[in-house]
Ligand binder design. Structure first.
Ligand SMILES: N[C@@H](CCC(=O)N[C@@H](CSC=O)C(=O)NCC(=O)O)C(=O)O
Length: 295
């Protein structure tokens, strides 16, 4: 299949989960990605299917979300495709990339590094937006991944979804997030990753921080009633309020901006950070995105 190598094809919920890999120009490594094609794909003819891009969190490969989110069930029910990228380059051969679970391998933080020794490979922002999605579009002509695509994600990936959405107004039809790292510049995970990938100049960090991006965000020209849906649990060990996640900071930062009153933050009692939490709120997030995606 063109530039993708198919490593496995799994029957799921009436559709096909394709486990793919390809050589990446932006990471200079082989990259894994899972693409879920719902049963409607085969019969779609000239009509292109909408796509939901899901960015995963720290330590994840494309398999965690494929196996544990229930997203394929809803994609089959409603006729949209799913794209599950990996969370970092793997095996880049950089000293220190495998020393901790919250930096390096599995922790690309969806930024383009500007620092040695990371900048040659750790370019997940450009990789996802400029390479992977265009490649999916080329290889799967029936998927409208360039014009009719929404974005979501979990934790580091929830942060990535908010950040990519706000940096590219109109590129995605809608955005939601599960327990996102909403203000990475002020929390330990962000400080570690931004410090290493982007250096000491905080101005470089703010280019990727949703709480700063929201200030200049021009609004989504594609939609009239723009909202961002966020869920986070009260039993999340990374704490929505004052530890790694800081979801309330985004609501606060949005005041006086185009997104004032539009960040729909739902703090849900008793839920943790796991895929039990994610899968519990996937139905609501799917309903949300379906309001914006063209069917
Ligand atoms: N050290 C632990 C915890 C890692 C963890 O909780 N990862 C989350 C994402 S955290 C933020 O980005 C995750 O989604 N894990 C995968 C899963 O299937 O739950 C560890 O290494 O497990």
């Amino acid at each position: 299949m063109g530039r993708f190598e198919t490593k496995d094809t799994v029957a799921v919920c009436g559709g096909k989960l394709l486990k793919l890999s390809h050589a990446s120009e932006y990471t200079k490594t082989s990259m894994d990605v899972n693409v879920y094609l719902p049963p409607q794909y085969e019969a779609s003819g000239a009509k292109k299917l909408p796509v939901l891009l899901y960015l995963s969190g720290l330590t994840c490969t494309p398999q965690n979300v494929s196996e544990k989110s229930f997203l394929p069930y809803f994609a089959s029910k409603h006729g949209f495709a799913l794209v599950f990228p990996d969370t970092s380059p793997r095996g880049a051969g950089i000293n220190g990339e495998d020393e901790s679970w919250d930096f390096g391998t599995g922790a690309g933080f969806y930024v383009d590094s500007i620092r040695e020794p990371w900048k040659k490979n750790y370019n997940m922002y450009s990789y996802v937006l400029k390479e992977l999605l265009p490649l999916v579009s080329e290889e799967f002509g029936q998927l409208d991944v360039l014009e009719n695509c929404s974005i979501t994600g979990h934790s580091m990936g929830g942060y990535g979804a908010l950040m990519m959405y706000m940096r590219n107004p109109g590129r995605f039809k809608s955005c939601s997030a599960f327990a996102p790292i909403a203000n990475p510049s002020v929390v330990p995970w962000g400080e570690k990753c931004f410090g290493n990938y982007l250096g000491e100049d905080k101005a470089e960090w703010y280019k990727y921080d949703p709480c700063h991006l929201v200030k200049a965000y021009a609004g989504n020209p594609q939609v009239a009633d723009e909202k961002i849906l966020i869920h986070v649990g009260t039993k999340d060990v990374f704490n929505y309020r004052d530890h790694q996640l800081r979801c309330e900071n985004l609501v606060e930062a949005a005041k006086g901006t185009k997104l004032a009153g539009s960040i729909d933050l739902n703090v849900v009692d008793g839920y943790d950070h796991s895929y039990y939490f994610i899968s519990s709120f996937v139905p609501e997030h799917v309903e949300f995105h379906l309001k914006y995606l063209t069917k």
